[in-house]
Design a protein around this ligand. Structure first.
Ligand SMILES: C[S@@+](CC[C@H](N)C(=O)[O-])C[C@H]1O[C@@H](n2cnc3c(N)ncnc32)[C@H](O)[C@@H]1O
Length: 253
């Protein structure tokens, strides 16, 4: 069943209702239960996020009961370990044992166009700059040029740190997925829409990661070298020596 792209659905423009944020949520950041959109993201562009799952058969389709806000699987903690390179900042930790390949939470934020005018060059929370398994420059949908920035609004996923300097390797990764959202046009009242989620890494061929992520362990992804190289360039330009030190340390690992 192909989505009807002639007329975008106005019902999807609704702003999600406010929810009580999880403990330790940064008060200056808006807590989201669904992604929001910059004015530059037209309804027509948004409708392109809606695809029949048969278009991308390998992408996981998440049942709506897996998407719970706040997410009970994780907790946000301020890092106090001085050896941790993000000491003093927040990190995302497993609130219970998470098995390999399991879904943790969606990467929520403000969806924006990848044009210079609609991108915040200072954001540390833009998927545009983070490398995922599927794409070198993942975005939300690189074909239509959309990405997600959680610098001003997001959910727990914005607290996920990079593994460099913390652990030997990541234990989680970003993956493309589909979720079901309400549709006025479909007989069943639902359609599939593209999202990016954080998932526990698979056990691996040798089963080395079969333990998944233990309760209390920090959830760590790889932002990719490009993220840290970008930070290094920006830090050099701004003469921000602390940012430069962190970026160089991450690149050395
Ligand atoms: C997406 S945020 C991660 C959450 C962040 N720690 C917070 O409290 O909001 C990305 C920023 O976290 C910090 N960070 C994440 N992983 C790091 C690492 N391995 N080493 C140093 N800083 C890290 C950097 O400041 C980076 O720009």
């Amino acid at each position: 069943m192909k989505p009807d792209s002639k007329k975008p659905e106005a019902a999807t423009t609704k702003t999600p209702p406010p929810t009580i944020p999880p403990p330790n949520w940064p008060p200056e950041i808006t807590y989201l239960t669904d992604q929001i959109y910059t004015p530059a993201v037209s309804l027509e562009l948004r409708s392109k996020l809606s695809r029949s799952p048969s278009d991308n058969i390998s992408w996981i389709k998440l049942a709506s009961d897996l998407i719970i806000t706040p997410c009970p699987l994780v907790s946000i903690t301020t890092i106090t370990d001085e050896k941790h390179p993000a000491c003093g900042q927040r990190g995302l930790f497993a609130a219970q044992h998470l098995i390999p390949d399991s879904f943790i939470c969606l990467y929520m934020g403000e969806v924006h166009c990848n044009s210079l005018s609609d991108t915040d060059p200072n954001s540390d929370y833009d998927l545009n700059r983070i490398e995922t398994k599927t794409d070198f420059n993942p975005c939300l949908d690189s074909e239509i040029g959309l990405s997600v920035d959680a610098s001003k609004a997001g959910n727990e996923s914005r607290c996920t740190n990079d593994y460099r300097g913390v652990a030997e390797r990541p234990n989680a990764e970003f993956r493309d997925c589909f979720i079901q959202v309400p549709s006025l046009k479909r007989a069943d009242g639902l359609r599939w829409e593209r999202r990016v989620g954080i998932f526990v890494l698979s056990a691996g061929k040798a089963g080395k990661r079969k333990a998944g992520i233990k309760a209390g362990e920090e959830i760590l992804v790889s932002y990719g070298k490009a993220f840290w190289e970008g930070r290094k360039t920006l830090a050099t330009f701004r003469k921000d020596f602390e940012m430069l030190r962190i970026a160089e340390a991450a690149l050395e690992l």
